[in-house]
Design a protein around this ligand. Structure first.
Ligand code: CA
Length: 223
């Protein structure tokens, strides 16, 4: 039986223009009425996750910065630090097309940036040398500790709620969801997911951009 559903936000609850699916909101609330715990994990920042949690009515923990920081019951828990990422950003912006994005003012455990596609391998290699990793959420690049990812956040909740992996369902659409799709949990994705995420999914919905929520929840017998 599924007790915890972990959702990515961009591309999973929203469309390519980042507009949230009202159908997704409706079916998340129906799932909450069935006493399932819902969690969001995004590359976005705490203030944005706070707003999503509040206005959608999410009943479980929400994680910002790809799992680096948690907000639950009006308390914040920080698992990683951005000092090393900030130093690296200063270094790499002089040597590549890397440009920080404005949401960094709210980031506490990572850095977000844009860069030319041709710099990907170089920047990734340099980050690795510094114990950091970069991941693309399709909307922006994220720079953070090499152990900071969505699997870290899912494992944290597994321990906190004393769950087995088979009681957890994750839904996501892109590369920064891969770590949680590599866990032995239930995995579902919308039709707009990347080929990698589709190949790792137990269930691929025909519906896209948040409209898969009804279908996915039905598939797992939640509704
Ligand atoms: Ca996404």
């Amino acid at each position: 039986m599924i007790k915890l559903i972990v959702l990515d936000v961009d591309g999973t609850l929203t469309d390519g223009n980042r507009l949230i699916s009202t159908s997704a909101i409706k079916y998340i609330r129906k799932g909450i009425d069935k006493n399932v715990t819902f969690s969001l994990i995004s590359g976005n920042v705490v203030p944005v996750m706070f707003a999503l949690q509040t206005f959608i009515g999410i009943n479980g923990p929400v994680f910002a910065e790809n799992g680096g920081i948690l907000l639950y019951k009006n308390q914040i828990k920080k698992f990683f630090d951005k000092t090393r990422a900030e130093k690296f950003l200063e270094y790499i912006s002089k040597k590549s097309s890397v440009k920080p994005v404005f949401t960094n003012m709210w980031r506490e455990t990572s850095i977000a940036f844009n860069m030319d596609d041709s710099d990907e391998n170089y920047v990734s290699g340099e980050a690795e040398k510094n114990g950091l990793s970069i991941v693309n959420s399709r909307f922006t690049w994220h720079l953070m500790d090499k152990n900071q990812n969505k699997a870290y956040a899912v494992n944290y909740m597994k321990d906190q709620f004393e769950l087995n992996y088979d009681e957890i369902l994750v839904v996501g659409d892109s590369d920064n969801d891969v770590p949680m799709f590599n866990l032995n949990v239930n995995r579902a994705c919308p039709a707009n997911a990347t080929a990698t995420i589709k190949s790792k999914s137990d269930y691929v919905s025909k519906h896209r951009y948040g409209n898969e929520m009804e279908d996915v929840l039905n598939h797992y017998g939640i509704l």
